[in-house]
Design a protein around this ligand. Structure first.
Ligand SMILES: [Zn+2]
Length: 431
């Protein structure tokens, strides 16, 4: 059975959460007209001749957004099944991802809407041969960013090897093209990055105080810098957690692995972090508690906090890893509603698509997800996806699982899978 297309219909769940409000609405329906939300109206005003899709026991929320993905087509249907209807790809081959963005734009049932950054802009040497791009000089970096801007990327991603001088050049050039700049920081500190105008930071990288036992006053100094410069966070705590606990048996028995391509499972089960010393894994595990403390305090202070995962790194099931990161936020001390805002309306704002995505309101794209239960009270219910609506098209879980299984016959040959395979098969780190 294909995805179901109706021209005009009403969704009637138990309750609707619009992506921003503190409370959900009950006795309310969402009217979908082709690809858009036409109205959010009281049930009693619903025309009787309008076709109804009843979602008994369900909460309807905006489609989830994963702001940190390295996309492979074998992840597309699983992402939709997890309720993720939009992703930001933050590192891939430029031409490949631009082409994939338009494929997903016209064949919505194959995967989420893609916003992309193109290549990771690295320093003079690249870490990832296909996802990364080497920039030996300031002029090479400027022309690389110009090439990305003319290709039509949605944002720019800066990577590990950029020293502070190169980093400043990259932000300057990106802003000339009105592009949002987000960064995985290693050689440039968060203070240096904020001072030259970085817009977002991935992984809490170089937020050094967040990684250790710290006094509130120490957290506050960093939080104030981020607030002052308007820097948003995309913490991706789940990837750090899974890398630190990569050997944990429970993950290899996760039933959600049925959504993961065998080649990606091979990468997970043989990823070279497994060969790190037990001490380095233990340090990583300990840091997770500190990251959660910092995240809670940053949220209380009013920082803009989005949500991403770094899928397909080990033990991050496409789409479903967003549920895991949401659970991390709640464990850190967020209310479920606050966590869900990060994955919907706040992410939409960070990605610059708040006028069309991230909320349920008239005129917005009909990207919606219905889950059994009430994730506003019990965040785990976010995993009970019953129905996904992608640009107005109704996609059942069974149909999406079928597409996923069909894709398992072929080995993925995309840049992300190839880069991860090379790292996996290279054995222990040499540095
Ligand atoms: Zn990443």
């Amino acid at each position: 059975m294909p995805g179901k297309s109706l021209q005009r219909y009403a969704l009637v769940p138990d309750q609707i959460w619009d992506g921003t409000a503190d409370q959900p609405l009950s006795n309310t329906a969402v009217v979908v007209d082709e690809t858009l939300v036409d109205a959010v109206i009281p049930l009693k005003e619903l025309p009787t001749d309008l076709e109804r899709v009843t979602l008994e026991g369900c909460t309807l929320i905006p489609g989830l957004i994963d702001a940190h993905v390295h996309y492979s087509p074998v992840m597309g249907a699983a992402m939709l099944a997890g309720g993720v209807t939009t992703i930001r790809d933050v590192g891939n081959d430029l031409e490949w991802i631009i082409n994939q963005r338009s494929i997903n734009g016209t064949h919505g049932a194959l995967g989420p809407t893609i916003l992309c950054c193109g290549h990771l802009h690295d320093g003079p040497e690249v870490y990832w041969p296909r996802m990364g791009w080497a920039n030996p000089t300031p002029s090479a970096l400027r022309s690389s960013i110009q090439r990305h801007a003319s290709a039509g990327v949605n944002a720019i991603k800066l990577y590990d090897g950029l020293t502070p001088d190169l980093f400043a050049v990259a932000v300057d050039e990106s802003h000339k093209h009105n592009l949002f700049v987000t960064a995985h920081l290693v050689k440039t500190s968060i203070e240096e990055a904020a001072a030259v105008g970085v817009d977002g930071v991935e992984h809490l990288s170089r937020c050094d105080v967040a990684w250790r036992e710290a006094e509130d006053e120490e957290d506050d100094i960093l939080i104030d810098i981020l607030l002052k410069h308007g820097v948003s966070l995309d913490p991706t705590i789940v990837v750090w957690d899974r890398l630190g606990r990569i050997m944990e048996h429970a993950f290899t028995k996760d039933r959600r692995r049925e959504w993961v391509h065998p080649t990606h499972l091979y990468i997970w089960d043989n990823y070279r972090t497994r060969l790190d010393s037990p001490d380095s894994r233990r340090r990583q595990q300990i840091s997770i508690g500190y990251l959660k403390r910092f995240l809670r305090r940053a949220n209380e202070a009013g920082l803009t906090i989005g949500l991403g995962t770094d899928t397909p790194f080990p033990h991050l099931v496409p789409g479903f890893s967003v549920h895991d990161e949401l659970a991390m936020y709640v464990d850190a001390g967020f209310t479920p509603v606050d966590a869900l805002r990060s994955a919907t309306s706040v992410n939409a704002r960070i990605l610059g698509v708040q006028s069309t995505l991230g909320q349920i309101a008239p005129g917005m794209v009909a990207d919606l997800v219905a889950m059994n239960g009430n994730p506003l009270e019990r965040i785990d219910d976010v995993g009970n996806v019953e129905m996904v609506i992608r640009s107005g098209e109704l996609l059942s879980r069974g149909y999406l699982l079928e597409i996923t299984r069909d894709s398992f016959g072929e080995g993925p040959v995309d840049p992300v899978t190839q880069d991860l395979l090379e790292v996996t098969d290279a054995g222990p780190k040499t540095e």
